[in-house]
Design a protein around this ligand. Structure first.
Ligand code: ADP
Ligand code: MG
Ligand code: ZN
Length: 479
Protein backbone atom coordinates (compact mmCIF):
# COMPACT_ATOMS: atom_id res chain seq x y z
CA UNK A 1 0.00 0.00 0.00
CA UNK A 2 1.16 3.55 -0.74
CA UNK A 3 0.82 6.14 1.97
CA UNK A 4 0.60 9.89 1.88
CA UNK A 5 1.84 12.12 4.69
CA UNK A 6 -0.27 14.94 6.12
CA UNK A 7 1.66 17.58 8.00
CA UNK A 8 0.72 20.73 9.92
CA UNK A 9 3.31 22.90 11.65
CA UNK A 10 3.05 24.94 14.81
CA UNK A 11 5.83 27.51 14.79
CA UNK A 12 6.85 29.68 17.71
CA UNK A 13 8.70 32.84 16.81
CA UNK A 14 10.32 35.10 19.36
CA UNK A 15 9.47 38.73 18.67
CA UNK A 16 12.33 41.21 18.35
CA UNK A 17 11.05 43.68 20.92
CA UNK A 18 13.45 45.38 23.35
CA UNK A 19 11.30 44.54 26.36
CA UNK A 20 9.07 41.70 27.50
CA UNK A 21 5.41 41.32 26.67
CA UNK A 22 3.84 42.48 29.95
CA UNK A 23 6.65 44.26 31.81
CA UNK A 24 9.69 46.46 31.12
CA UNK A 25 12.38 43.78 31.55
CA UNK A 26 14.96 43.42 28.80
CA UNK A 27 14.72 40.56 26.30
CA UNK A 28 18.47 40.50 25.63
CA UNK A 29 19.87 37.00 25.03
CA UNK A 30 22.79 35.56 26.97
CA UNK A 31 22.75 37.60 30.19
CA UNK A 32 23.48 36.14 33.64
CA UNK A 33 20.55 33.91 34.72
CA UNK A 34 17.67 35.66 36.49
CA UNK A 35 19.05 39.17 36.01
CA UNK A 36 16.23 40.19 33.68
CA UNK A 37 13.23 39.58 35.85
CA UNK A 38 10.77 41.60 37.92
CA UNK A 39 7.70 40.89 40.09
CA UNK A 40 5.47 40.91 36.99
CA UNK A 41 7.29 38.36 34.84
CA UNK A 42 7.94 36.03 37.75
CA UNK A 43 4.29 36.21 38.72
CA UNK A 44 4.31 37.70 42.23
CA UNK A 45 0.84 38.12 43.75
CA UNK A 46 -0.84 41.46 43.25
CA UNK A 47 0.97 42.56 40.10
CA UNK A 48 -0.74 43.47 36.86
CA UNK A 49 0.46 42.90 33.30
CA UNK A 50 0.41 45.66 30.69
CA UNK A 51 0.61 44.70 27.01
CA UNK A 52 3.66 45.75 24.99
CA UNK A 53 2.17 47.57 21.97
CA UNK A 54 5.20 46.85 19.80
CA UNK A 55 4.67 43.10 20.26
CA UNK A 56 1.09 43.42 19.09
CA UNK A 57 2.18 45.52 16.12
CA UNK A 58 4.71 42.84 15.13
CA UNK A 59 2.07 40.11 15.20
CA UNK A 60 -0.35 42.20 13.13
CA UNK A 61 2.47 42.91 10.66
CA UNK A 62 3.11 39.19 10.36
CA UNK A 63 -0.58 38.44 9.96
CA UNK A 64 -0.89 40.95 7.15
CA UNK A 65 2.22 39.62 5.43
CA UNK A 66 0.72 36.12 5.60
CA UNK A 67 -2.62 37.23 4.16
CA UNK A 68 -4.54 36.81 7.41
CA UNK A 69 -7.69 38.49 8.59
CA UNK A 70 -6.82 40.71 11.57
CA UNK A 71 -9.46 40.40 14.27
CA UNK A 72 -10.76 43.76 15.43
CA UNK A 73 -11.61 42.10 18.75
CA UNK A 74 -9.40 39.50 20.39
CA UNK A 75 -8.49 38.55 23.92
CA UNK A 76 -5.98 36.77 26.07
CA UNK A 77 -6.51 33.46 27.82
CA UNK A 78 -4.80 31.63 30.64
CA UNK A 79 -3.38 28.24 29.82
CA UNK A 80 -2.94 26.51 33.15
CA UNK A 81 -0.27 23.94 33.83
CA UNK A 82 2.54 23.28 36.26
CA UNK A 83 6.19 23.21 35.32
CA UNK A 84 9.19 24.60 37.22
CA UNK A 85 9.97 27.08 34.43
CA UNK A 86 6.51 28.66 34.78
CA UNK A 87 6.32 30.36 38.19
CA UNK A 88 2.79 31.76 37.66
CA UNK A 89 1.33 28.31 37.07
CA UNK A 90 -0.26 29.55 33.85
CA UNK A 91 0.87 30.98 30.55
CA UNK A 92 -0.86 34.04 29.14
CA UNK A 93 -1.79 33.08 25.59
CA UNK A 94 -4.73 33.38 23.24
CA UNK A 95 -7.29 30.69 22.69
CA UNK A 96 -10.77 31.32 21.27
CA UNK A 97 -10.13 34.73 19.79
CA UNK A 98 -6.64 34.94 18.30
CA UNK A 99 -5.42 38.14 16.71
CA UNK A 100 -4.91 36.72 13.17
CA UNK A 101 -6.77 33.99 11.26
CA UNK A 102 -7.35 32.50 7.80
CA UNK A 103 -4.15 33.34 5.98
CA UNK A 104 -1.76 31.54 3.67
CA UNK A 105 1.80 31.61 2.40
CA UNK A 106 3.13 30.39 -0.92
CA UNK A 107 5.94 27.93 -1.38
CA UNK A 108 7.58 26.57 -4.51
CA UNK A 109 7.93 22.79 -4.72
CA UNK A 110 9.44 21.17 -7.79
CA UNK A 111 8.96 24.39 -9.72
CA UNK A 112 5.29 24.69 -8.81
CA UNK A 113 3.63 27.20 -6.53
CA UNK A 114 1.61 25.82 -3.66
CA UNK A 115 -0.46 27.62 -1.04
CA UNK A 116 -0.20 26.52 2.58
CA UNK A 117 -3.05 27.74 4.76
CA UNK A 118 -2.35 29.59 8.01
CA UNK A 119 -5.04 28.68 10.51
CA UNK A 120 -4.13 31.29 13.08
CA UNK A 121 -1.40 33.44 14.54
CA UNK A 122 -1.65 34.32 18.18
CA UNK A 123 0.44 36.18 20.68
CA UNK A 124 1.67 34.68 23.95
CA UNK A 125 4.43 34.80 26.54
CA UNK A 126 7.41 32.47 26.73
CA UNK A 127 8.28 30.40 29.80
CA UNK A 128 11.68 30.21 31.52
CA UNK A 129 14.34 27.63 31.02
CA UNK A 130 15.28 24.62 33.14
CA UNK A 131 18.95 23.79 33.16
CA UNK A 132 19.89 20.18 33.85
CA UNK A 133 23.30 19.92 32.27
CA UNK A 134 26.56 20.50 34.12
CA UNK A 135 24.77 21.16 37.40
CA UNK A 136 25.56 17.98 39.30
CA UNK A 137 22.61 16.56 41.21
CA UNK A 138 20.63 19.75 40.88
CA UNK A 139 18.54 21.42 38.25
CA UNK A 140 18.40 25.19 37.90
CA UNK A 141 15.79 27.55 36.55
CA UNK A 142 16.61 30.67 34.55
CA UNK A 143 13.67 33.05 34.30
CA UNK A 144 15.23 35.61 31.95
CA UNK A 145 13.12 34.28 29.11
CA UNK A 146 9.89 34.27 31.13
CA UNK A 147 7.52 36.76 29.55
CA UNK A 148 9.45 37.23 26.33
CA UNK A 149 6.87 37.84 23.58
CA UNK A 150 6.20 35.00 21.16
CA UNK A 151 3.81 34.45 18.36
CA UNK A 152 2.54 31.03 17.44
CA UNK A 153 1.88 30.48 13.77
CA UNK A 154 -0.29 27.43 13.13
CA UNK A 155 -0.58 26.00 9.64
CA UNK A 156 -3.44 24.02 8.15
CA UNK A 157 -2.63 20.35 7.54
CA UNK A 158 -1.81 21.27 3.91
CA UNK A 159 1.80 20.07 3.83
CA UNK A 160 2.36 16.71 2.13
CA UNK A 161 6.06 15.92 2.46
CA UNK A 162 9.12 16.67 4.59
CA UNK A 163 10.51 18.69 1.69
CA UNK A 164 7.38 20.88 1.59
CA UNK A 165 7.65 21.33 5.35
CA UNK A 166 11.19 22.56 4.99
CA UNK A 167 10.24 24.92 2.13
CA UNK A 168 7.41 26.24 4.28
CA UNK A 169 9.78 26.89 7.18
CA UNK A 170 12.24 28.65 4.89
CA UNK A 171 9.58 30.91 3.41
CA UNK A 172 8.15 31.66 6.82
CA UNK A 173 11.58 32.57 8.13
CA UNK A 174 12.29 34.77 5.12
CA UNK A 175 9.04 36.69 5.70
CA UNK A 176 9.76 37.14 9.42
CA UNK A 177 13.25 38.41 8.67
CA UNK A 178 12.03 40.77 5.94
CA UNK A 179 9.56 42.20 8.44
CA UNK A 180 12.22 42.47 11.15
CA UNK A 181 9.89 40.87 13.68
CA UNK A 182 12.02 37.79 14.49
CA UNK A 183 15.66 36.94 13.81
CA UNK A 184 14.67 33.44 12.65
CA UNK A 185 17.51 31.68 14.45
CA UNK A 186 16.43 28.07 14.95
CA UNK A 187 19.66 26.98 16.61
CA UNK A 188 19.29 29.65 19.32
CA UNK A 189 15.61 28.89 19.72
CA UNK A 190 14.13 32.16 18.51
CA UNK A 191 12.29 30.12 15.88
CA UNK A 192 10.93 26.76 17.03
CA UNK A 193 8.87 24.21 15.23
CA UNK A 194 6.53 21.47 16.40
CA UNK A 195 5.51 19.17 13.59
CA UNK A 196 2.16 17.37 13.53
CA UNK A 197 2.18 14.44 11.20
CA UNK A 198 -0.12 11.61 10.20
CA UNK A 199 -0.30 9.22 7.28
CA UNK A 200 -3.16 7.87 5.22
CA UNK A 201 -3.47 5.44 2.33
CA UNK A 202 -3.14 7.36 -0.92
CA UNK A 203 -6.56 8.42 -2.16
CA UNK A 204 -8.21 8.33 1.26
CA UNK A 205 -9.96 11.54 2.29
CA UNK A 206 -9.98 11.24 6.09
CA UNK A 207 -6.87 12.11 8.00
CA UNK A 208 -5.09 9.50 10.05
CA UNK A 209 -4.17 9.83 13.71
CA UNK A 210 -1.38 12.34 14.17
CA UNK A 211 1.59 12.60 16.44
CA UNK A 212 3.27 15.85 17.41
CA UNK A 213 7.06 15.94 17.15
CA UNK A 214 8.82 18.48 19.35
CA UNK A 215 12.38 19.68 19.79
CA UNK A 216 13.19 20.27 16.14
CA UNK A 217 15.86 22.95 16.26
CA UNK A 218 17.32 23.28 12.78
CA UNK A 219 16.09 23.35 9.19
CA UNK A 220 17.88 20.13 8.42
CA UNK A 221 16.08 18.40 11.28
CA UNK A 222 12.64 19.50 10.08
CA UNK A 223 13.09 17.15 7.14
CA UNK A 224 14.97 14.46 9.02
CA UNK A 225 12.53 14.25 11.93
CA UNK A 226 9.53 14.09 9.61
CA UNK A 227 11.11 11.47 7.36
CA UNK A 228 11.78 9.32 10.39
CA UNK A 229 8.31 9.80 11.88
CA UNK A 230 6.54 9.01 8.60
CA UNK A 231 8.53 5.79 8.20
CA UNK A 232 7.82 4.85 11.80
CA UNK A 233 4.07 5.35 11.38
CA UNK A 234 4.03 3.32 8.14
CA UNK A 235 5.82 0.51 9.93
CA UNK A 236 3.31 0.58 12.80
CA UNK A 237 0.39 0.29 10.36
CA UNK A 238 2.01 -2.38 8.25
CA UNK A 239 2.64 -4.48 11.30
CA UNK A 240 -1.07 -4.33 12.03
CA UNK A 241 -0.78 -1.76 14.80
CA UNK A 242 -2.39 1.65 15.35
CA UNK A 243 -0.73 5.04 15.54
CA UNK A 244 -1.52 6.58 18.91
CA UNK A 245 -2.01 10.28 19.30
CA UNK A 246 0.91 11.44 21.40
CA UNK A 247 3.72 13.94 21.74
CA UNK A 248 7.10 12.65 20.61
CA UNK A 249 10.54 14.11 21.07
CA UNK A 250 13.05 14.32 18.22
CA UNK A 251 16.51 13.12 19.28
CA UNK A 252 18.93 14.54 16.75
CA UNK A 253 21.93 12.49 17.90
CA UNK A 254 20.07 9.20 17.60
CA UNK A 255 18.09 10.43 14.60
CA UNK A 256 14.81 9.10 16.00
CA UNK A 257 11.61 10.30 17.66
CA UNK A 258 10.66 8.93 21.06
CA UNK A 259 7.38 8.93 22.90
CA UNK A 260 7.29 11.74 25.45
CA UNK A 261 3.72 11.86 26.71
CA UNK A 262 0.15 11.17 25.70
CA UNK A 263 -1.41 14.03 23.79
CA UNK A 264 -2.97 16.59 26.09
CA UNK A 265 -6.37 18.00 25.16
CA UNK A 266 -7.28 21.68 25.26
CA UNK A 267 -9.61 21.11 28.23
CA UNK A 268 -6.70 19.71 30.23
CA UNK A 269 -5.33 23.24 30.31
CA UNK A 270 -8.50 24.76 31.76
CA UNK A 271 -8.28 27.71 29.42
CA UNK A 272 -10.23 30.75 30.54
CA UNK A 273 -10.20 34.44 29.62
CA UNK A 274 -7.36 36.34 31.30
CA UNK A 275 -9.03 38.54 33.90
CA UNK A 276 -6.05 40.88 34.33
CA UNK A 277 -6.03 42.10 30.73
CA UNK A 278 -8.79 43.88 28.87
CA UNK A 279 -9.79 42.49 25.47
CA UNK A 280 -7.87 44.02 22.57
CA UNK A 281 -9.76 46.24 20.23
CA UNK A 282 -7.65 46.97 17.21
CA UNK A 283 -8.74 49.92 15.12
CA UNK A 284 -8.98 49.66 11.36
CA UNK A 285 -6.90 52.83 11.05
CA UNK A 286 -3.97 51.28 12.89
CA UNK A 287 -4.17 48.10 10.81
CA UNK A 288 -4.13 50.23 7.64
CA UNK A 289 -1.11 52.16 8.92
CA UNK A 290 0.76 48.95 9.61
CA UNK A 291 -0.25 47.62 6.20
CA UNK A 292 1.15 50.64 4.41
CA UNK A 293 4.42 50.26 6.32
CA UNK A 294 5.00 46.70 5.10
CA UNK A 295 8.18 46.24 3.07
CA UNK A 296 8.21 44.52 -0.30
CA UNK A 297 8.01 40.83 0.64
CA UNK A 298 10.09 37.94 -0.75
CA UNK A 299 7.51 36.65 -3.27
CA UNK A 300 6.82 40.06 -4.76
CA UNK A 301 10.51 40.87 -4.86
CA UNK A 302 11.28 37.59 -6.59
CA UNK A 303 8.68 38.27 -9.26
CA UNK A 304 10.03 41.77 -9.73
CA UNK A 305 13.61 40.48 -10.08
CA UNK A 306 12.35 38.24 -12.88
CA UNK A 307 10.38 40.94 -14.70
CA UNK A 308 12.64 43.93 -14.05
CA UNK A 309 16.07 42.34 -14.44
CA UNK A 310 15.16 39.44 -16.69
CA UNK A 311 16.68 36.96 -14.24
CA UNK A 312 15.83 33.25 -14.28
CA UNK A 313 13.46 32.20 -11.44
CA UNK A 314 16.29 30.29 -9.85
CA UNK A 315 18.54 33.34 -9.57
CA UNK A 316 15.68 35.54 -8.41
CA UNK A 317 14.74 33.04 -5.72
CA UNK A 318 18.28 32.81 -4.37
CA UNK A 319 18.88 36.55 -4.42
CA UNK A 320 15.64 37.45 -2.63
CA UNK A 321 15.94 34.92 0.16
CA UNK A 322 17.46 37.52 2.45
CA UNK A 323 16.61 41.19 2.10
CA UNK A 324 20.18 42.45 2.67
CA UNK A 325 21.41 40.21 -0.15
CA UNK A 326 18.67 41.48 -2.46
CA UNK A 327 19.62 45.04 -1.52
CA UNK A 328 23.30 44.40 -2.19
CA UNK A 329 22.41 42.95 -5.58
CA UNK A 330 20.19 45.87 -6.51
CA UNK A 331 22.82 48.42 -5.54
CA UNK A 332 25.45 46.69 -7.61
CA UNK A 333 23.07 46.49 -10.56
CA UNK A 334 22.13 50.16 -10.23
CA UNK A 335 25.75 51.27 -10.34
CA UNK A 336 26.50 49.02 -13.30
CA UNK A 337 23.86 49.76 -15.89
CA UNK A 338 26.02 49.47 -18.96
CA UNK A 339 24.54 46.52 -20.75
CA UNK A 340 21.30 44.54 -20.86
CA UNK A 341 23.17 41.47 -19.70
CA UNK A 342 24.45 43.41 -16.66
CA UNK A 343 21.84 42.11 -14.17
CA UNK A 344 22.60 38.48 -15.02
CA UNK A 345 26.36 39.07 -14.90
CA UNK A 346 26.03 40.59 -11.45
CA UNK A 347 23.77 37.76 -10.34
CA UNK A 348 26.46 35.28 -11.38
CA UNK A 349 29.11 37.10 -9.36
CA UNK A 350 26.87 37.36 -6.30
CA UNK A 351 25.74 33.71 -6.44
CA UNK A 352 29.21 32.51 -7.30
CA UNK A 353 32.34 34.26 -6.07
CA UNK A 354 30.75 36.53 -3.48
CA UNK A 355 28.75 33.73 -1.85
CA UNK A 356 31.79 31.47 -1.92
CA UNK A 357 33.98 34.04 -0.16
CA UNK A 358 31.30 34.84 2.43
CA UNK A 359 30.74 31.14 3.15
CA UNK A 360 34.46 30.55 3.58
CA UNK A 361 34.38 32.85 6.59
CA UNK A 362 30.77 32.03 7.55
CA UNK A 363 29.91 35.68 7.07
CA UNK A 364 26.49 37.05 6.25
CA UNK A 365 26.00 39.61 3.51
CA UNK A 366 25.61 42.24 6.23
CA UNK A 367 29.22 41.58 7.22
CA UNK A 368 30.40 41.70 3.62
CA UNK A 369 33.53 43.84 3.40
CA UNK A 370 32.88 44.61 -0.26
CA UNK A 371 30.66 47.48 -1.41
CA UNK A 372 28.30 46.86 -4.36
CA UNK A 373 29.91 49.70 -6.36
CA UNK A 374 33.26 47.95 -6.13
CA UNK A 375 31.89 45.03 -8.12
CA UNK A 376 30.41 47.44 -10.66
CA UNK A 377 33.76 49.22 -11.03
CA UNK A 378 35.54 45.94 -11.58
CA UNK A 379 33.06 44.87 -14.26
CA UNK A 380 33.73 48.13 -16.09
CA UNK A 381 37.43 47.21 -16.16
CA UNK A 382 36.48 44.00 -17.95
CA UNK A 383 34.29 45.93 -20.39
CA UNK A 384 37.13 48.33 -21.16
CA UNK A 385 39.45 45.41 -21.79
CA UNK A 386 41.78 46.38 -18.94
CA UNK A 387 41.46 42.94 -17.39
CA UNK A 388 40.18 39.60 -18.65
CA UNK A 389 37.27 37.74 -17.08
CA UNK A 390 39.69 35.21 -15.73
CA UNK A 391 41.91 37.77 -14.03
CA UNK A 392 38.76 39.38 -12.65
CA UNK A 393 38.34 36.44 -10.28
CA UNK A 394 41.74 37.16 -8.77
CA UNK A 395 40.96 40.87 -8.55
CA UNK A 396 37.59 40.18 -6.95
CA UNK A 397 39.05 38.00 -4.24
CA UNK A 398 41.77 40.57 -3.57
CA UNK A 399 39.17 43.35 -3.34
CA UNK A 400 37.20 41.26 -0.89
CA UNK A 401 40.24 40.50 1.25
CA UNK A 402 41.89 43.94 1.26
CA UNK A 403 39.00 46.32 0.70
CA UNK A 404 41.04 48.03 -2.03
CA UNK A 405 39.42 49.06 -5.31
CA UNK A 406 39.83 47.01 -8.46
CA UNK A 407 41.86 49.61 -10.31
CA UNK A 408 44.41 49.88 -7.51
CA UNK A 409 44.80 46.10 -7.31
CA UNK A 410 45.24 45.76 -11.05
CA UNK A 411 48.02 48.38 -11.04
CA UNK A 412 49.74 47.05 -7.95
CA UNK A 413 49.78 43.45 -9.08
CA UNK A 414 50.46 44.18 -12.73
CA UNK A 415 47.32 42.38 -13.83
CA UNK A 416 46.53 44.58 -16.80
CA UNK A 417 45.45 42.57 -19.78
CA UNK A 418 47.98 42.20 -22.56
CA UNK A 419 46.49 43.61 -25.74
CA UNK A 420 49.80 44.34 -27.41
CA UNK A 421 49.63 42.17 -30.51
CA UNK A 422 53.37 41.59 -30.81
CA UNK A 423 53.61 40.41 -27.20
CA UNK A 424 50.78 37.93 -27.69
CA UNK A 425 52.23 36.81 -30.99
CA UNK A 426 55.49 36.02 -29.25
CA UNK A 427 53.72 33.80 -26.75
CA UNK A 428 51.69 32.10 -29.50
CA UNK A 429 54.85 31.37 -31.49
CA UNK A 430 56.53 29.93 -28.44
CA UNK A 431 53.61 27.59 -27.71
CA UNK A 432 53.50 26.43 -31.34
CA UNK A 433 57.19 25.69 -31.52
CA UNK A 434 57.18 23.83 -28.19
CA UNK A 435 54.29 21.54 -29.13
CA UNK A 436 54.98 20.14 -32.60
CA UNK A 437 53.04 16.90 -31.99
CA UNK A 438 49.86 18.73 -31.02
CA UNK A 439 50.28 21.06 -33.97
CA UNK A 440 50.47 18.07 -36.33
CA UNK A 441 47.38 16.50 -34.77
CA UNK A 442 45.49 19.78 -35.01
CA UNK A 443 46.38 20.15 -38.62
CA UNK A 444 45.21 16.57 -39.20
CA UNK A 445 41.74 17.69 -38.08
CA UNK A 446 41.72 17.35 -34.31
CA UNK A 447 40.11 20.74 -33.81
CA UNK A 448 39.31 20.39 -30.17
CA UNK A 449 43.03 20.89 -29.48
CA UNK A 450 42.38 24.62 -29.90
CA UNK A 451 41.47 24.74 -26.23
CA UNK A 452 44.82 23.23 -25.35
CA UNK A 453 46.72 25.89 -27.29
CA UNK A 454 44.71 28.75 -25.80
CA UNK A 455 45.34 27.30 -22.35
CA UNK A 456 49.09 27.12 -22.96
CA UNK A 457 49.25 30.74 -24.15
CA UNK A 458 47.23 31.91 -21.15
CA UNK A 459 49.52 29.98 -18.85
CA UNK A 460 52.57 31.55 -20.42
CA UNK A 461 51.11 35.04 -20.03
CA UNK A 462 49.89 34.32 -16.47
CA UNK A 463 46.28 34.64 -17.63
CA UNK A 464 46.79 38.19 -18.80
CA UNK A 465 46.59 37.83 -22.57
CA UNK A 466 43.40 39.06 -24.21
CA UNK A 467 41.57 35.80 -24.97
CA UNK A 468 40.00 36.97 -28.24
CA UNK A 469 43.34 38.05 -29.61
CA UNK A 470 44.92 34.77 -28.54
CA UNK A 471 42.19 32.86 -30.36
CA UNK A 472 42.49 34.88 -33.53
CA UNK A 473 46.25 34.68 -33.67
CA UNK A 474 46.26 30.95 -33.02
CA UNK A 475 43.72 30.38 -35.77
CA UNK A 476 45.77 32.40 -38.19
CA UNK A 477 49.04 30.68 -37.38
CA UNK A 478 47.70 27.14 -37.31
CA UNK A 479 45.70 27.26 -40.50
P1 ADP B 1 -3.09 21.33 19.27
O1 ADP B 1 -3.13 22.75 19.68
O2 ADP B 1 -3.75 20.42 20.21
O3 ADP B 1 -1.73 20.85 18.93
P2 ADP B 1 -4.45 22.03 16.78
O4 ADP B 1 -5.83 21.65 16.40
O5 ADP B 1 -4.16 23.44 17.03
O6 ADP B 1 -4.00 21.13 17.96
O7 ADP B 1 -3.54 21.53 15.56
C1 ADP B 1 -2.20 21.63 15.59
C2 ADP B 1 -1.59 21.32 14.24
O8 ADP B 1 -1.87 20.00 13.84
C3 ADP B 1 -2.06 22.21 13.11
O9 ADP B 1 -0.91 22.68 12.46
C4 ADP B 1 -2.84 21.27 12.21
O10 ADP B 1 -2.66 21.62 10.86
C5 ADP B 1 -2.19 19.94 12.48
N1 ADP B 1 -3.05 18.79 12.28
C6 ADP B 1 -4.32 18.61 12.68
N2 ADP B 1 -4.77 17.40 12.33
C7 ADP B 1 -3.76 16.75 11.72
C8 ADP B 1 -3.59 15.44 11.14
N3 ADP B 1 -4.55 14.52 11.17
N4 ADP B 1 -2.39 15.15 10.59
C9 ADP B 1 -1.39 16.04 10.59
N5 ADP B 1 -1.49 17.26 11.10
C10 ADP B 1 -2.65 17.63 11.67
MG1 MG C 1 0.07 21.43 19.37
ZN1 ZN D 1 9.75 41.60 34.17
Amino acid sequence: MKYEAVIGLEVHAQLLTETKIFCGCSTKFGSEPNTQTCPICIGMPGVLPVLNKKALEFVIKTGLAMNCRISPYSRFARKNYFYPDLPKGYQISQYELPICEHGFIEIIVNGEMKKIGITRIHIEEDAGKNIHEGTGNYSFVDLNRTGVPLMEIVSEPDIRSPQEASEYMKKLRAILRYLGVCDGNMEQGSLRCDANVSIRPEGQKEYGTRTEVKNINSFKFVEKALEYEIKRQIKVLEEGGKVIQETRLWDSTKGITESMRGKEEAHDYRYFPEPDLVPMIVERKWIDEIKSSLPELPDVKRERFVSEYGLPEYDADLLTDEKPLADWYEEATASYSLSVSGPKIISNWVKGELTRLLNEESKTIEECPLRPEQLADMLRLIDKGTISGKIAKIVFEEMYKTGKDAEEIVKEKGLIQITDESAIEKAVDEVISKNPKEVARFKAGEEKLMGFFVGQVMKLTKGKANPQMVNELLKKKLS
